[in-house]
Design a protein around this ligand. Sequence first.
Ligand code: DON
Length: 316
Amino acid sequence: MAVKEEFRQFEMEVGEIVEEMRSFTHEGSVATYIPELRHADPGTLGCALYTKNGTCVSFGDGEETFTLQSVSKVVALALAVMDSGEDQVFDKVGMEPTGGPFYSIARLALMNSSKPLNPMINAGALTVTSMIGGRTEAEKVERLLRFIRELTGNDALTYDSAVAASEFRTADYNRALAYLLKGEGVIDSDIGIEPLLDVYTKQCALSMSCCDLARIVFIFGHEGRSPETGEQIVPAPVARMVKTFMVTCGMYNESGELAIRAGIPAKSGVSGAILGSVPDGMGIGIYSPALNEKGNSRAGVELLKRLSRHFQLSIF
Ligand code: DON
């Protein structure tokens, strides 16, 4: 089959799978603890694939925009390691999965030292965000925006200020975690906790489409290099480390099951976003806001499993 024909066949098959998976959206519910997220349409399912020939194809509601939420934790981790160094970051945050929910305070408080178990739970992510380069809150946000624009190739990309403000107003759990971490000497942010929460909520509110998401993860899957110029955007060892965290902790207490059923390094957010990395292959961006009981996109998880089975994408 000619390459073009083969690609058209591939597109058709993905399109059919996406529409088939849409029925799962009825089994989940949209997150409401960040008030602004409750406006999302639970029936939405979009997907985009960033492929090796440097093009992005989107399916279903792939053109919709959404906020990253916890997906931003992979971006912030890469940036903090680039800015502050691996030793400094992992002196403060561990590398072990928790098997628990992302917001847990008990898990943090019950540890011998209050070092958060990993950078994908909120306690770890707040600590990581404090290590993004910049002397002020505005400099850290600017640093983050510059990085995300480089990763997506989208110079207009920014955060959704309504979602950021909505989370900042209601971030009682994260506020408690951040003050506890400061009390324990884990966070020693010189900008103070409230400004740190401001940076964190803007980071979580970074707003984009499935294609932006797919390009970010395509870069992580290709040793951190720009798909157009080959320029090193993320050092290769950092890209590898971030993908490993995606496998062990990216889907919280569903990480083990997803590793077995899909075998695609992935990271989810409560907005319903998921990114998935097929190393040396496609970057997958998914958005579907109806969540399962573990806080992961219900249809999104099914779609990832199905794509993996159909096209044999497991890394294992
Ligand atoms: O910090 C929070 O609670 C949210 N901004 C992000 C949480 C999240 O996306 C967890 N993922 N499933």
